[in-house]
Design a protein. Structure first.
Length: 377
């Protein structure tokens, strides 16, 4: 065991064919365990989170990332906090600490609101057990939501396969919206996994997704482990591929979608949507309902865009020829860098939103047709 941060211990594991979720309760029944995504694809490591602070740091430092998994980890962070101190002040402080971890993915606020609504009215003596139960339920709900996104997205891929007479369907995705970004299945990848498992020939163009390379490091890794044919491309290749008829369908995830269907996702998503629009390629976004922010209508104006440390841009980490993982600097000393982590794709560029309840138009009317009760609340 090696200490990574206060309250976090890390152990390396071999994958032996055993199915993993991205977060689970430890065997001793009280800590949260996660796949440490900062170590992929070069090592598969499990980190044990024992404190609120460990959960917060795991989100900030991106040991876990992806909107749904951020929400699930925050829920367990609340449970860990309640285990240590279930008083009113501790409850408020835990919520505030976790809320500060990452600004763009709205699932964080959603999960914290869920936890606070359940825990607030309780006697402090009952809060810890209830918090663990609600965190586990949030994880299970996420798995089912994503499974249903796959069920609802699969016909889009099947239709293209039928039209192409069984020739392979070429999909393009950006960042990692796979099982690593959720609790299981993934959002954008769920229809892809389900199509592959159903015997439909699929091939995925995987954007590397600078600066943190979630595509090259995470999406490629998980598609590969599941046996899905894929090719990693540089972020700027998508437009060229679309011009040459080499992309049938784009599917990305989202970190926050407005009530009108504007979509915030990893930086570079907008450029893919523009290229798709120019080339008549359908551009779908896989959208679990906790990712909808019903309080806002204008994504560009209202969604906070996270700016992260410049080191993510000026440096790259990879494996050397002799197997060491090293970080190198790629910019001249003194050159300023900027690191905008997300961008917003306006609804007009989105062909449709694949949700757990069906596929909706990217518009207020489309979302309200599937989620009328939430729109009203
Ligand atoms: O910065 P990250 O890695 O948390 O960003 C993740 C993404 O942008 C994903 O595409 C998004 O969260 C959807 S995940 C199901």
């Amino acid at each position: 065991m090696t200490a990574a941060a206060p309250g976090v211990t890390v152990r390396f594991m071999k994958i032996d064919g055993k199915p993993y979720r991205s977060i689970w309760l430890s065997e001793d029944g009280w800590a949260a365990e996660i796949v440490d995504q900062t170590r992929l694809p070069h090592a598969f490591a499990v980190a044990r989170l024992e404190t609120l602070e460990a959960a917060a740091v795991a989100i900030e430092d991106m040991l876990v990332r992806g909107a749904p998994l951020i929400g699930a980890t925050a829920a367990y962070g609340m449970a860990l906090a309640m285990r240590a101190d279930a008083g009113d002040a501790a409850l408020a402080a835990a919520r505030e600490r976790l809320m500060r971890t990452r600004p763009t993915a709205v699932n964080l606020r959603w999960a914290l609101d869920e936890m606070a609504a359940v825990l607030g009215p309780l006697d402090p003596a009952d809060r810890a057990a209830t918090a663990y139960a609600r965190a586990a339920a949030i994880c299970d709900e996420d798995v089912e939501i994503n499974r249903m996104i796959g069920v609802n997205g699969l016909p889009l891929i099947r239709d293209i396969a039928d039209r192409k007479g069984g020739e392979r369907v070429n999909l393009l995705t950006h960042c990692n919206a796979g099982w690593l970004a959720t609790v299981d299945w993934g959002t954008a990848t769920s229809p892809i996994y389900q199509a592959h498992d159903a015997g439909i020939p699929v091939h995925v163009w995987v954007d590397e997704t600078r600066p943190r390379n979630q595509g090259a490091s995470l999406t490629a890794w998980e598609l590969g482990r599941h046996g899905v044919p894929h090719t990693v491309i540089v972020d700027n290749a998508g437009g060229h591929l679309m011009q040459h008829g080499m992309v049938d369908l784009c599917i990305t995830g989202t970190d926050r979608t407005t009530a009108t269907g504007d979509v915030a996702n990893k930086i570079g998503t907008y450029l893919k949507a523009l290229a798709a629009h120019d080339n008549g390629v359908p551009f779908y976004v896989a959208l679990p309902s906790p990712t909808i922010d019903w309080t806002i209508a204008d994504g560009v104006a209202e969604i906070p865009i996270e700016q992260r440390t410049g080191g993510e841009v000026s440096q790259m980490t990879g494996r050397t020829g002799d197997g060491r993982v090293e970080t190198v600097t790629i910019t001249p000393d003194g050159s300023p860098v900027a690191n905008y982590a997300f961008d917003v794709t306006p609804a007009r560029l989105v062909t449709g939103l694949i949700t757990e309840r069906g596929v909706a138009a990217a518009s207020r009317a489309g979302l309200e047709s599937l989620f009328a009760e939430r729109a009203a609340s």
